[in-house]
Write a protein that binds this ligand. Structure first.
Ligand code: NAD
Length: 448
């Protein structure tokens, strides 16, 4: 099938475009960001995702993928137009629809015959209906027909290619049987259940999933805090919970709170449109409040152990919001760094895949090239991302280079025994200050 992806060099657009091309479709990725297109054509991908480059090379070999900054030319030659532009957070938590509205207008203006228009972006409930009205208004001729489909994406950054190519399910929201059939055909080579529903439920499924995942993270962070206060072992509690088939183990790792481009803004959006519709959204608000407390408590703890943070050096290990991605959007590490910089703390940073930080923080921090460089003369290490390199870092060597030997392990990935043996004072999330509860076995399980 001939498919154009609008927003085709964005995180979701690029993975979707490359994935569909690798499955044999003729894909054209259209984006207003010319620089990203030039870079991709030179072989430089804008995102770091395992397997993406190899899949792109495969799609190119079959001549199945191309890139353009002309939305018009992409739309004209395709049967399916898939929109994957950004839907960021607006000032009051509402979804900022500007990218989507512009994309819909460009698509409508370019259409000269029937198209299936698919919204892959995460959009508030009712957007597909609104989009149909907008497109009709901007068509060159009222005789041009189209079908609207909602098709939310569930891939996770860090395993984007694997998730896209092997989804748990595909959700298709449309009231039109022909459009549902077109979408089934598009995803014919994907081995998973296909759920066909009407657009509003499809749009809501995405918000319900993301809010539920965020709720699990906030829940386990709260349980971790209680464990710490009542002297229970958070890892034993998680082990006991996850072996219950009704619960499972996903999204039950205590940490610095959820970040990334989606969870926070999607809950804020759900709260916004849920409240506008007159629903009680108290639980969703509590999930966000709990999340914000996580970084506060890490900053407070650093302040307590270092007596005063001013002029102390803190080495932050990990910038991305999770391992396996270079995405720093809404990363807890960036929030932490901002707070530390505000208190005149010296901050050095190391991340295995990121060597630049937001411009306004640039003059206040040092970007190191290695763990050793980041931690030398530091007073405290804070582990913010669960990169594999940090699981096994040589603590004896780091200890010798540091001014004070404190580790705040916001991912619970370092064995407290190992840290204590190397001479560090250790603090994990939901772990007693001595770290006495964790013996490191759970880490091995995670690595395996
Ligand atoms: N990133 C994720 O993990 C993830 C997962 C599931 C769903 N989503 C959803 O997918 C959507 C896209 O997210 P993303 O992370 O890929 O965003 P992104 O910012 O990485 O990509 C958006 C792309 O759209 C392009 N764009 C903006 N306006 C355009 C226009 N008018 N015409 C053509 N291109 C235009 C931008 O240049 C950019 O390349 C969002 O709704 C997001 O909530 C994201």
């Amino acid at each position: 099938m001939r498919v154009s992806i609008i927003g085709g060099t964005g995180y979701i657009g690029l993975v979707t475009g490359i994935g569909l091309a690798a499955k044999g479709h003729r894909v054209i990725c259209a984006d207003i960001d010319r620089l990203k297109i030039e870079n991709i054509e030179r072989g430089v991908l804008p995102i770091c995702e395992e397997g993406l480059d190899a899949l792109l090379q495969e799609a190119k070999r079959y001549g199945n993928i191309s890139f353009t900054s002309s939305i018009h030319s992409a739309v004209i030659i395709s049967d399916i137009v898939m929109i994957a532009v950004g839907t960021p957070e607006g000032i009051n938590g509402e979804t900022d629809m500007n990218q989507l509205l512009n994309a819909l207008k460009s698509v409508a203006a370019a259409m000269d015959h029937h198209k299936t228009i698919v919204i892959k972006s995460t959009v508030p409930v009712g957007t597909n209906d609104m989009a149909a009205t907008l497109i009709k208004k901007h068509l060159k001729s009222s005789s041009i027909t189209f079908d609207m489909v909602s098709n939310p994406e569930f891939l996770r950054e860090g395993s984007a290619v694997k998730d896209f190519m092997n989804p748990d399910r595909i959700v298709i929201g449309t009231c039109c049987n022909d459009a549902a059939q077109t979408m089934r055909e598009l995803y014919r080579c994907f081995d998973c259940p296909v759920i066909v529903t009407e657009p509003r439920s499809s749009e809501m499924i995405k918000y319900a999933c993301n809010s539920y995942l965020a709720a699990r993270i906030s829940f386990i962070n709260e349980i971790a805090e209680i464990c710490e206060k009542v002297d229970a072992n958070i890892q034993s509690v998680i082990d006991g919970m996850k072996s219950d088939k009704r619960i499972g183990g996903h999204y039950l790792s205590p940490g610095p709170g959820f970040g990334g481009p989606c969870l926070h803004k999607d809950i804020r959006s759900l709260i916004h449109f849920g409240e506008q519709a007159g629903a009680d959204v108290g639980m969703l608000k509590a999930v966000l409040e709990r999340n914000e407390k996580q970084i506060e408590s890490i900053v407070q703890y650093i302040g307590t152990i270092l007596k005063s943070i001013k002029n102390k050096k803190v080495a932050v290990l990990g910038l991305s919001f999770k391992a396996g991605t270079s995405d720093t959007r809404n990363s807890p590490a960036i929030t932490l760094i901002r707070k530390l910089v505000e208190t005149n703390c010296k901050v050095s940073i190391y991340d295995p895949v990121i060597c630049k930080i937001e411009e306004h923080l640039n003059s206040s921090v040092i970007m190191a090239q290695s763990i050793g460089e980041a931690t030398v003369n530091a007073d405290c290490i804070v582990v913010m991302t669960e990169w594999e390199e940090f699981f096994t870092m040589n603590l004896d060597v780091l200890y010798n280079g540091m001014r004070h030997a404190f580790i705040v392990d916001a991912r619970n990935i370092i064995s407290p025994d190992r840290a204590l043996k190397a001479g560090f004072q250790y603090k994990g999330i939901g772990v007693q200050r001595s770290g006495a509860h964790l013996n490191g076995d759970h880490l091995m399980k995670r690595i395996i």
